[in-house]
Design a protein around this ligand. Structure first.
Ligand SMILES: *[C@@H]1O[C@H](CO)[C@@H](O)[C@H](O)[C@H]1NC(C)=O
Ligand SMILES: *[C@@H]1O[C@H](CO)[C@@H](O)[C@H](O)[C@H]1NC(C)=O
Ligand SMILES: *[C@@H]1O[C@H](CO)[C@@H](O)[C@H](O)[C@H]1NC(C)=O
Ligand SMILES: *[C@@H]1O[C@H](CO)[C@@H](O)[C@H](O)[C@H]1NC(C)=O
Ligand SMILES: *[C@@H]1O[C@H](CO)[C@@H](O)[C@H](O)[C@H]1NC(C)=O
Ligand SMILES: *[C@@H]1O[C@H](CO)[C@@H](O)[C@H](O)[C@H]1NC(C)=O
Length: 480
């Protein structure tokens, strides 16, 4: 006990501060180190990458992209006339953004899948000009079975802040229940826009572990509603759209370095709004011990990096380590926080505890990573559900995640390794408000440097409905 203050100063001198530049540098280093000893990633039974409008197969970024012309992995309905075109100005190497399928009438792709169960559906769009089509007429909806993913969508309300990529992905998750094992995706030009057309550049269908995001019966109670004191499982009938997926305290993780599902993870720096300053933490030698729920939750490198607070308790007392993510109003969001304690002097329960606020509501009064994970170097995640009500007419609001240390512990600090934010379907709809009404941005896979933040900071009614789960510490299964 008497050693606690000396341990603390030891830890503080070990904390180093990094600029984003340092960060990406370090991350590059970590990536190289980590790829050598990656455990076998998850192998999805269905892993389709369709290059729409293309007639040749191509291998890019660790993936085989299949041409949609005469494809066996995707059947395009023959009744509706579609055109395969190249995006003017795009580079031939920028698969799948170089070619597109474009149509003035509705068209449907049907993907025969191997299994029922949850799938990622990634839609790739390049809002370029396509010969014979007027860009201002791009306006369409995307539906799959009962779900509406996008509506009145034009693709080009958004421009990449880095101006580098010709396209971007919107990622959805749904559960395939069809016993025929078919997943159909329909593109419909907006009926109220004269000469409206629909386009799509690439589609990925990737399966995932059944319990990765959905609650499974038996061992998984689902998110906990702390207001009403009951558990609310995330049901198979809910479809999701990923809004943000960030590697906190680390750099971007590109699809080939995910745990086999080709997810993209961005650096958190663009979303940090209060970190004065924060510390980048990493341990690139720690042997992580996964349990069977966290096995594929995120790549190793995410759990080996984190962001903590400043190295001065007086300063830490006065602020919340805060990230803000613009989201559409009137939807419920699933917030998943990833943790792993790897700092060598934080080994015991109670060594580092902190509060977690989500959308200004208390999500955790006493977050203790070692206690939750039941160990050091054990990855864990926690899920929360937050309803973002509209107050006034704000179409976009900031969903915040804020951490604040608790005094009565060895260390006066807080830390986070990663975060994911999903929009949950509301009456089978995931489409946000009409993008014509304001600048839309596909939040997934893109830094939010230019994304819309609410101009008014009026207090909104934000009901945190639900909280926590999947600690499931009783059934730890260690991989060695
Ligand atoms: C495209 O449509 C807009 C709006 O209808 C129109 O002003 C413009 O002249 C059209 N451009 C071309 C090349 O047809
Ligand atoms: C990483 O964790 C290991 C314990 O697994 C520890 O021995 C080592 O000192 C840690 N390294 C850093 C840089 O914190
Ligand atoms: C911590 O910050 C306060 C306020 O900025 C400053 O007065 C104090 O000297 C700092 N303490 C240390 C140990 O750096
Ligand atoms: C941290 O955020 C919570 C929730 O918004 C707020 O109640 C609290 O005052 C904040 N603390 C500090 C030190 O800013
Ligand atoms: C799409 O746009 C039309 C016309 O502007 C509007 O009536 C309709 O409500 C919009 N739909 C959605 C889902 O925004
Ligand atoms: C949370 O608090 C901040 C600071 O007081 C405020 O700007 C923001 O609008 C609040 N957000 C919500 C969701 O109430």
């Amino acid at each position: 006990m008497s050693s606690s203050s000396s341990s603390k100063s030891l830890s503080l001198t070990n904390l180093s501060l990094f600029t984003p530049l340092h960060l990406s540098f370090l991350f590059l280093h970590l990536t190289i180190l980590v790829t050598g000893d990656l455990p076998p990633p998850y192998v999805p039974l269905d892993s389709i990458a369709l290059d729409c409008g293309s007639s040749s197969q191509i291998f890019v970024n660790g993936r085989q992209w299949t041409a949609d012309i005469n494809s066996k992995v995707a059947l395009l309905d023959q009744d509706s006339p579609t055109t395969n075109l190249t995006a003017n100005g795009a580079s031939t190497s920028s698969v799948p953004y170089y070619t597109a399928r474009v149509s003035l009438s509705q068209f449907t792709y049907t993907f025969p899948v191997t299994t029922t169960g949850p799938k990622f559906v990634r839609l790739h769009f390049n809002p370029a000009s396509y010969t014979g089509f007027n860009r201002s007429k791009a306006s369409f909806s995307v539906t799959t079975g009962r779900y509406t993913f996008l509506s009145n969508f034009s693709g080009f309300h958004y421009t990449d802040p880095r101006g580098e990529r010709g396209g971007y992905a919107r990622e959805f998750i749904l559960n395939v229940e069809d016993e025929q094992k078919n997943l159909s995706i329909t593109f419909t030009p907006s009926p109220h826009v004269a000469d409206a057309y629909a386009f799509i550049n690439g589609i990925e269908i990737v399966s995932m572990p059944t319990n990765l995001y959905y609650s499974t019966a038996g061992d998984d109670p689902g998110p906990y509603d702390f207001d009403r004191e009951f558990y609310l499982p995330l049901e198979n009938k809910t479809a999701l759209e990923i809004m943000y997926r960030v590697n906190v305290g680390g750099g971007e993780i590109t699809p080939p370095y995910d745990t086999g599902m080709f997810r993209s993870w961005l650096s958190d720096v663009d979303y940090l709004t209060d970190a004065r300053p924060s510390a980048f933490e990493y341990n690139d030698t720690i042997q992580l011990q996964y349990n069977n729920h966290t096995r594929y939750a995120a790549p190793d490198v995410l759990y080996r990096t984190a962001r903590a607070m400043a190295n001065n308790s007086t300063v830490n007392e006065k602020y919340n380590l805060t990230w803000e993510f613009p989201v559409h109003s009137r939807f419920t969001y699933l917030v998943r926080l990833h943790f792993c304690q790897f700092i060598p002097i934080i080994l015991q329960k109670g060594d580092l505890v902190f509060k977690i606020y989500i959308a200004n509501q208390t999500a955790e009064n006493y977050a203790d990573i070692i206690s939750w994970a039941d160990g050091y170097g054990v990855p864990i995640y926690k899920d929360y559900e937050v309803m973002m009500d509209a107050r006034g007419n704000e179409e976009i609001q900031n969903l915040s995640i804020a951490l604040h240390p608790i005094q009565s512990t060895k260390f006066f600090d807080a830390m986070l390794n990663g975060a994911e934010i999903f929009k949950l379907s509301n009456s089978d709809n995931l489409a946000g408000p009409n993008p014509d009404a304001y600048p839309d941005s596909p939040f997934s896979n893109t830094p939010s440097a230019t994304s819309t933040k609410p101009k008014h900071s009026r207090r909104r009614t934000v009901a945190i409905i639900v909280l926590l789960f999947r600690a499931l510490l009783s059934s730890l299964f260690y991989f060695s």
